[in-house]
Design a protein. Sequence first.
Length: 125
Amino acid sequence: MKVKSDFVTNSSSVNFIIGKYNDSKILKAKIEIEIDLLDYADKCVTTMDELAKYFSDELYQHEIDNNEEYKKCKEVIEKGGEVIFIDASDGGYGGGGTETHLCHHGINDLKFDKGIVVIKGEGGY
């Protein structure tokens, strides 16, 4: 057993020990976590003017009028709701982490509280 006897920092770490009785070359585990997607919000929109500006930065006007995502966002705002645009990136490394998971798997299969509607939630590269 190693014992650290000099300066100790406030960083956290943990060790795990696993016994395995099969020939599997992988060690999969299912982990469920709860995250606040507002931590990844790029923009929150509450008015039609803000929504039109956001989409006009992304699309030409003739595309906006026929865009299904815009129509669904418009419906949320007209009913007094808020539209949250979320930006997640795996940083180009393809490593672990919440953002990488969101990028690859999207949010369509996540469980949300009542009153939340997913307008665009596909993941994948």
